[in-house]
Design a protein. Structure first.
Length: 330
């Protein structure tokens, strides 16, 4: 009984999250935490797929957690924790891996893209089984709903397939089948320099607006965004992907429907839209960075929050894992 369970997570693969993470996921996380029993996780095991330097990984894990808090995740209402603090994630991943077809895993487009970029030498088994670990993250908490951006839809579909397969092999009620929760607007924020690709937190990406960027630099990045040759400010992702992207961001950040923005910018120039978006971003970043820095300057408090979160997550996860192990004959 009680509130429906939700689980969502981000990888600590950069010092800072970006505006795509914020708009596509974090805004939903914050909005859902009263109506749902929410678990928000920093998935450091997933970040191992990029082979990070250990000290850097540890630092980025803390920074990611601090940004969740700064964005409005409230540890009094939601469970905030680090994936590697709860060993049950790894164990369930093995159990699910033994239920996942090789062909099925080979069809994941994110794996195909990333392995193509990294080449055979740079592609690990961990990168290949990443979606199985993600399924474990979700199924470990009997999650009902997963708020994510559009890019995670296929991975979520795998988690659903695995849950259904577990139920048919080991009996109803072995796993809860999760539903995706993907927003209609803002589920896919594009790169500012290359609006054909999604904004992502790869190092040194100039087309991203990072939440911990100097607000002046963030404003400059937005003003330098690539737009098309026309002049009209219209929401048309097919022919005007850059402008559509700017409109989407401004719409979410100011809670104004895109149609209202289109009307307001009739007869105005791209520069006007960029100036207003830059201002909205500075207004978001300034207070957010203040709170993030408070947590980063007080590591003991941050550790306390994360330890309390891990305790609760472990309790829930251990119960689910016991049930699944038992059904599987372990
Ligand atoms: P990244 O791809 O930047 O490394 P993650 O894989 O850690 O981000 O994803 C964290 C969350 O942010 C997921 O819910 C994902 O769907 C969402 N997300 C990532 N990039 C974007 C984007 N460009 N637009 C909207 N949501 C995004």
């Amino acid at each position: 009984g009680g509130r429906p369970r939700i689980f969502s997570a981000m990888q600590p693969t950069n010092d800072s999250l970006h505006l795509g993470n914020y708009i596509g996921a974090l805004t939903q996380w914050v909005a859902l935490q009263d109506s749902h029993d929410a678990l928000y996780c920093v998935v450091d095991l997933h970040a191992l797929t990029v082979n990070p330097d250990p000290a850097r990984l540890r630092d980025r894990t803390r920074r990611t957690a601090a940004q969740y808090l700064a964005a409005g995740v409230d540890p009094a209402r939601s469970t905030l924790f680090v994936q590697s603090h709860v060993h049950e994630h790894s164990e369930l991943a093995w159990l699910l891996g033994c239920q996942t077809g090789f062909g099925e895993a080979s069809r994941m487009t994110q794996f195909k893209d990333k392995s193509a970029k990294r080449g055979a030498e740079g592609t690990t088994v961990g990168l290949f089984t990443y979606p199985v670990l993600m399924a474990a993250d979700i199924l470990l908490y009997d999650t009902a709903l997963v708020p994510v951006g559009e890019d995670q839809r296929q991975h979520l579909e795998l988690a659903r397939d695995l849950a259904e397969r577990m139920n048919s092999r080991f009996g109803d009620g072995t796993c809860v089948v999760p539903e995706p929760h993907i927003m209609a607007a803002g589920a896919r924020i594009q790169d500012l320099q290359d609006p054909a690709r999604k904004m992502s937190k790869e190092d040194g990406n100039k087309g991203a607006v990072f939440l911990l960027d100097d607000p002046k630099r963030a404003a400059k990045n937005i003003k330098a965004a690539v737009t098309d040759d026309g002049t009209e400010i219209r929401y048309d992702p097919a022919t005007k992907p850059g402008v559509a992207n700017l409109l989407t961001m401004l719409s979410v950040l100011t809670s104004t429907p895109v149609a209202d923005l289109e009307r307001a910018y009739e007869g105005k120039m791209y520069g006007h839209l960029k100036v207003d978006l830059a201002e909205a971003v500075v207004e978001l970043l300034t207070p957010l960075q203040r709170v993030a820095n408070e947590y980063l300057d007080d590591p003991a408090e941050l550790d306390r929050v994360l330890a309390a979160g891990a305790d609760r997550a472990r309790e829930l996860g251990a119960a689910t894992l016991d049930r699944i192990r038992d059904r599987m004959g372990l």
